[in-house]
Design a protein around this ligand. Structure first.
Ligand code: ZN
Length: 212
C-alpha cells in the first residue's frame, strides 16, 4: 500500500476479521494502530479489538490505540458476513474521481470494464463526505458500499473489502486501475458503459465468487 502510493505516512488503515472458534467466544478483529507510520509497524503493534472497538489484548505489552476509522471497519463487518478483510486507502485515482462526482453518470463510477464488474460488483458509488473518523463517515460508507467490493469516499479515498486481505488488496489495485482508466479515457473523449448483457454476465461471476 505504502510503496504503491495508496497511502502516505499514517493515512489509511487495514483490518482482518478473526472468526470466533465457538459460539461462546466473541468475534475479534485485528486492525492497524492509530497514528503510526507503516514502515514502523511491527506485528506486535497490530491492535486486537472486539465488536465494540475496545482493545481486548495487549500484543507484546504494547497498548496502541486502534485506527480512528475503527467504526467504519466494524460497521462493514457487522453488515457483511462475507467480508473477512477491509482496506481503507487514500489512493490517487479514486480520490480524483471523488472530486468529479457531479459530472459522473448517476454520480457513480460507471461499469466500464469486465474485470471491474466481475470482481468489484459493477458501478462504484461515491460515499457522501463526512470528516475522518466520524460516525457519519462510517454510516455513509456502509450505505454506499451495499453488496459491492469497494466504495469511493468523497474528498478522501476509498474503502475495499474482500473475503480475505489478499482479495481486499487485489480490489484496492483493481479500483485504482479502473479509476485511472476512466479518467484517462474521459480526458480524450466520451466514455460509454459496458453493454447491459456484458454487465449481467460479469455480475453473475461476481455473485458466484463473492463468498468463495
Ligand atoms: Zn482516510
Amino acid at each position: 500500500m505504502l510503496h504503491k502510493g495508496h497511502v502516505v505516512g499514517t493515512s489509511g488503515n487495514v483490518s482482518l476479521r478473526i472468526k470466533s472458534e465457538s459460539e461462546d467466544t466473541e468475534e475479534l478483529y485485528a486492525i492497524t494502530p492509530s497514528d503510526m507510520d507503516y514502515d514502523e509497524i511491527d506485528i506486535e503493534d497490530i491492535v486486537i479489538m472486539n465488536a465494540k472497538g475496545k482493545r481486548v489484548r495487549d500484543a507484546g505489552g504494547k497498548r496502541n490505540r486502534p485506527s480512528v476509522e475503527k467504526m467504519l471497519h466494524l460497521g462493514i463487518y457487522q453488515a457483511r458476513p462475507d467480508v473477512g478483510g477491509i482496506i481503507h486507502t487514500h489512493s490517487i485515482f479514486p480520490s480524483a474521481i471523488s472530486l468529479l462526482v457531479e459530472n459522473l453518470p448517476n454520480e457513480e463510477l460507471p461499469a466500464i470494464l469486465e474485470d471491474q464488474v466481475a470482481f468489484l460488483g459493477g458501478s462504484i458509488k461515491v460515499a457522501k463526505y463526512a470528516p475522518s473518523g466520524s460516525p457519519e463517515l462510517a454510516k455513509n460508507v456502509l450505505e454506499a458500499i451495499g453488496d459491492k467490493a469497494c466504495v469511493i469516499m468523497r474528498r478522501h479515498g476509498a474503502c475495499c473489502v474482500g473475503k480475505n486481505l489478499k482479495k481486499a488488496y487485489r480490489n484496492v489495485e483493481l479500483l485504482n486501475k479502473t479509476a485511472k482508466i476512466y479518467l484517462y479515457a474521459s480526458a480524450c473523449g466520451k466514455v460509454t458503459p459496458l453493454p447491459t448483457e456484458a454487465i449481467n454476465h460479469a455480475l453473475r461471476l461476481y455473485a458466484a465468487t463473492r463468498h468463495l
